[in-house]
Design a protein around this ligand. Structure first.
Ligand SMILES: C[S@@+](CC[C@H](N)C(=O)[O-])C[C@H]1O[C@@H](n2cnc3c(N)ncnc32)[C@H](O)[C@@H]1O
Length: 247
């Protein structure tokens, strides 16, 4: 099945751009700080960023001493921003699907991916491909939407409130039915793939990865001060982060 390229849809692209430009987006308050804490030493390393978007992380890897970075994205629009805002002689941007990485000639010390793996349908095959393009001892660090978030039949999980209007719990459904979920996010028909927590971990283990750390980030004090409603992350996590190694 071909991969959806929703970020090239004009309405979606503009909506997502506005989200990321806002000061209180969950990427900046929660996901990116947690990912940064798990980054290995990048001095002299080669990095592959899957679903690199605007390329902000690619530039950050260079600042952290990476020798070379390849950023891959299926969206021409996202890559055109990357090539303008995040250009560097040590960074190469490729317009291709991350599910085609077996076509790359190079191998890498780190595969990094922020919030893109829930767009991949066959995670078992993908995990094997990632394993094969890593150098021995290389690492994989990725974040994805948490399986609780993708566990809805209609793409709309919701909070339940008590009589005083305070959020107290969260309803999700069809957790143990992995597969496609079509959701409305700026536009109708955005396709994501739900996987259970065990699906994710087992795909990596079967590919040969050793899991080094798993993180379901909670907001730090500074983030709660900026956006008090983010405390709802204590009711249910939005993100799943995994760090693994090829041995
Ligand atoms: C939520 S954005 C994250 C962008 C970037 N990683 C960041 O953190 O700012 C997800 C990105 O994954 C890209 N993407 C989705 N499916 C893809 C695929 N099959 N291959 C490559 N990129 C893909 C999208 O075009 C988009 O740029």
């Amino acid at each position: 099945m071909s991969n959806q390229n929703i970020y090239d849809n004009e309405t979606f692209f503009e909506g997502y751009k506005a989200l990321r430009a806002g000061e209180t987006n969950y990427n900046d308050l929660l996901e990116q700080p947690a990912m940064a804490k798990l980054l290995p030493d990048l001095n002299g390393k080669s990095v592959l960023d899957l679903g690199c978007g605007y390329g902000h992380n690619c530039i950050d890897f260079i600042k952290r001493g990476a020798a070379s970075v390849v950023g891959i994205d299926i969206s021409e629009k996202m890559l055109s921003v990357a090539k303008t805002e995040s250009a560097h002689e040590k960074i190469q941007y490729l317009n291709m699907s991350m599910t085609d990485i077996s076509q790359l000639d190079d191998k890498f010390d780190l595969i990094y991916s922020s919030l893109a793996f829930h767009y991949v349908e066959d995670f078992n095959a993908f995990a094997k491909e990632m394993y094969s393009v890593l150098n021995n001892g290389g690492q994989l660090l990725f974040s994805q939407e948490h399986p609780i978030i993708t566990a809805t039949i209609d793409g709309n999980g919701h909070f339940n409130k008590n009589i005083r209007g305070k959020r107290v719990s969260y309803t999700f459904s069809n957790y143990n039915e992995p597969g496609e979920r079509k959701v409305h996010w700026y536009v109708d028909g955005v396709i994501k793939y739900h996987r259970t927590f065990s699906d994710v971990i087992n795909a990596l283990a079967k590919a040969g990865f050793v899991i080094e750390e798993v993180c379901e980030p909670t907001p730090e004090k500074w983030a709660i001060e900026k956006l008090p409603t983010i405390v709802k992350e204590y009711i249910k996590p939005n993100f799943l982060i995994v760090k693994a190694r090829k041995v």
